[in-house]
Ligand binder design. Structure first.
Ligand SMILES: [Fe+2]
Length: 268
């Protein structure tokens, strides 16, 4: 089972500053086209939040137009830039999304269970996993104890050392760790929010954050540090699950047909 993870596309409205400067829609479409051309093609695509930039219906409609061309199942979760209700209002055909309450769900991808967790707090950049969401997760993991599981959520459950981002981190990290320690089938917790690839051992599993399809965050480990975006290449993860290896997560730069492809040499 090959799961592609894209993150933080921040699709902006036509003519918005976000769109004019960062070409969010084109970059997402280019990322999806690149995934389609891969051999093997991913079985599914997870997009880990900040789907759009300001949470308007118009932005979600623009996102839906881009995703309409995708030939494999796509699973969405909200980030801090998203609006839960507007997302739900536009993506009525994404029937894995609950019709009310938090956008938490589980879907089966072959033998792997994919669990989406909604960490959104309306109007705030930080995230939260409250008692209700964690109780739901605990029930969900208890009911599928033998099934390898990938959890997807926007806010990572660990401090990254990038202080400007850690200030908008996740409430409920310790409580999430307590739930995960009761269930050893969780192969990874895949996240967004950081616009960088970062990984940490977490509660007996691996937690990681994905780069963005739009713009990356500068690696600033100073204290207090600055929040700055930087034109590093857009990238994604390809999570490969096989019974004999478990989950292996490959960071992949998107669109090698350009500069990188010219440097490719077959050496074996
Ligand atoms: Fe983001």
């Amino acid at each position: 089972m090959l799961l592609a993870q894209l993150s933080d596309p921040h699709v902006g409205a036509l003519d918005s500053a976000m769109e004019v400067h960062f070409h969010t829609a084109d970059n997402l479409a280019r990322s999806l086209q690149w995934l389609h051309r891969r051999d093997p093609r991913p079985d599914a695509i997870a997009i880990t939040g900040d789907l759009v930039d300001t949470g308007t219906v118009a932005e979600y409609q623009r996102l839906a137009e881009i995703l309409a061309a995708v030939a494999v199942p796509v699973f969405l979760i909200p980030g801090n830039h998203d609006d839960r209700d507007h997302l739900r209002q536009v993506f009525t055909d994404h029937d894995y999304l609950p019709s009310s309450g938090f956008l938490c769900y589980q879907v089966e991808l072959d033998s792997v269970l994919l669990v989406g967790l909604d960490t959104n707090i309306p109007g705030r950049p930080s995230g939260r996993l409250c008692r209700e969401r964690l109780a739901w997760l605990d029930r969900c993991l208890s009911a599928s104890a033998d099934r390898p599981t990938i959890i997807m959520q926007h806010h990572p459950p660990f401090a990254t050392g990038i202080r400007a981002m850690d200030r908008m981190g996740l409430e409920g990290q310790d409580e999430l760790a307590q739930v995960l320690r009761r269930h050893d089938q969780v192969e990874a917790v895949i996240c967004g929010h950081l616009h960088r690839a970062i990984a940490q051992r977490f509660a007996g599993t691996v937690a990681l954050t994905s780069p963005s399809t739009t713009r990356q965050l500068d690696l600033d480990l100073r204290n207090p540090g600055e929040l700055a975006i930087i034109a590093e290449p857009i990238a994604c993860y390809l999570h490969l699950w096989r019974p004999e290896t478990g989950l292996v997560s490959h960071l992949a730069y998107i669109d090698h047909e350009g500069e990188l492809a010219r440097t490719r040499m077959v050496v074996g």
